[in-house]
Design a protein around this ligand. Structure first.
Ligand code: ATP
Ligand code: MG
Length: 457
């Protein structure tokens, strides 16, 4: 989880982004307060024209162990950071997962990186954490970096939790005494006391992430890089992590954070970068980044589903169309709280043996409800007249009025065939549940649950 390299001589790179004083700056007048001297902030991170080219059909790069990472960092330190020659894209056999990405981050910035699935967010974080090399461009980092990327990267699987804490600390350049000082705090935060001497390969993914986060956040890195692994933990732990990240930010340390949850990005970050197809389309406040991302999603939804390229999965089976309508005698595409609803997923080929999972999200990206055809109920039916369609029916739509975004995954034989983020928008109008009106804008929350009151006479 922890990657570090020692800033001084190799990593201080002058950047074209530093603000230069201009000859036109107004002189102070007797009425105006004296201008505060410009803060001499050198960016703590610079990314210049970063590109990452992946060859198609090649097995994904193996993640490096800490030892590999350290060795490669030492190689870097020896030869210094040299600008890589720009490699012309060879269009026949690959694609640019990142293309000409440049930005800089000042110390104390909490930068949210957002974008669709496949936009290049994790690739960027892996480059900044030196887990993978950029194909073009260069990065500059002034400080120790701790990163928490996907589960499976970073820790040495054969070593115990205790040994991994010490190993990570040592790699960050901390002495034994210093690590000892942090040790109890890390263990308490991760809640893994009982498993400290168990090899981490035996940890559940939740335990692994808890320990990895605790190590990354407590070993006092100057730069903390967190991919959206937090989704793995339970809600209470997620809250704790967000609190810790906020505290790390307040201490003046720099945080880079990837999430699909716009509420969290807004709460945690002061800056935001939107990536789209490997390129930076916006570098601004977190607020602006979130609204740009949300409007990009709206645009994506308005495209013909069959034509969309921003999808994941093997791709033999593809989602072509989603319909959602009120499934009563007044069939209509207007959904309302309390009415029955039918979702129809049309695929490009017969659907036998296929399963469908879809999740509805609120406008900030919080998951509201999940439907999964591979978890069975007696109410499910196998129909021989469905051909290319999968249907999901609900007798009563218990969602509050509002707008929901749907992500859909199609699996066959446990393999992901197709996955689309923002595959559809679902608008739910005011309605009623058991005769009780459910109105937008009046009642908070996402759910309208049938209920009755027992009141005193
Ligand atoms: N090791 C690899 N080899 C080949 N292609 C890869 C590799 N890693 C990522 N890709 C591809 O590069 C693109 C960017 O991937 P990346 O994981 O950076 O996206 P992301 O923005 O993190 O997406 P998500 O939101 O789904 O996590 C995707 O098309 C992905 O399939
Ligand atoms: Mg990712």
């Amino acid at each position: 989880m922890i990657q570090s390299w020692w800033a001084v001589p190799t990593l201080q790179i002058p950047t074209p982004h530093s603000p230069l004083p201009t000859p036109h700056s107004p002189l102070p007048t007797s009425h105006s307060p004296l201008p505060t001297p410009p803060k001499m902030t050198h960016p703590i991170i610079t990314a210049e024209s970063l590109g990452k080219y992946y060859k198609l059909g090649r097995s994904p790069e193996r993640y490096q162990s800490l030892r590999d990472t350290l060795a490669s960092q030492l190689r870097h330190m020896r030869r210094g950071l040299t600008r890589r020659r720009r490699v012309a894209p060879s269009l026949e056999d690959g694609f640019w997962a990142l293309n000409d990405v440049s930005f800089s981050v000042n110390q104390g910035d909490r930068l949210g990186i957002i974008g669709h699935n496949g936009a290049g967010k994790s690739t960027l974080l892996k480059i900044l954490s030196r887990i993978t090399e950029p194909t073009t461009g260069r990065i500059g980092l002034r400080g120790r970096v701790a990163s928490l990327l996907e589960v499976g990267t970073g820790f040495h699987p054969e070593l115990s939790g205790r040994e991994n804490i010490f190993l990570n600390g040592a790699i960050l350049g901390m002495g034994k005494v210093e690590i000892h000082r942090k040790f109890d705090e890390i263990v308490a935060f991760a809640e893994v006391e009982k498993f400290l001497d168990t090899p981490v390969k035996r940890y559940s993914s939740g335990m692994y992430v808890r320990l990895a986060f605790a190590v990354a956040a407590h070993l006092e890195p100057e730069i903390l890089i967190v991919d959206e692994v937090l989704a793995v933990g339970d809600t209470a732990f997620q809250k704790k992590c967000l609190g810790k990240m906020e505290a790390v930010g307040k201490e003046g340390r720099t945080v880079l954070f990837v999430s699909h949850n716009m509420g969290v990005i807004q709460a945690l970050c002061n800056r935001g970068i939107v990536l789209k197809k490997g390129q930076v389309v916006l570098d601004d406040s977190a607020q602006k980044a979130v609204s740009t991302y949300l409007s990009n999603l709206e645009t994506a939804v308005s495209q013909d589903l069959a034509e969309r390229q921003d999808r994941r999965g093997i791709g033999n089976i593809r989602l072509q169309k989603i319909e959602a309508y009120t499934a009563d005698e007044y069939q209509s595409s207007t959904l309302a709280t309390g009415r029955p609803v039918r979702f129809i997923f049309s695929l490009n080929r017969p659907t036998a043996g296929v399963s469908c999972i879809f999740t509805l999200y609120d406008q900030y990206g919080n998951a509201v409800v999940n439907f999964n055809s591979s978890i069975h109920s007696q109410a499910d039916q196998i129909k021989d007249n469905l051909h290319n369609q999968i249907v999901c029916e609900c007798d009563t739509l218990t969602l509050m009025p509002g707008r929901y975004r749907m992500n859909v995954a199609i699996f066959k034989a446990k393999e992901l065939e197709d996955y689309l983020e923002a595959a559809a928008m679902i608008d739910v109008k005011d309605g009623e549940i058991q005769g009780r009106p459910v109105l937008s804008g009046i009642q908070p929350g996402h759910l309208a649950i049938p209920h009755r009151w027992l009141m005193p006479a």
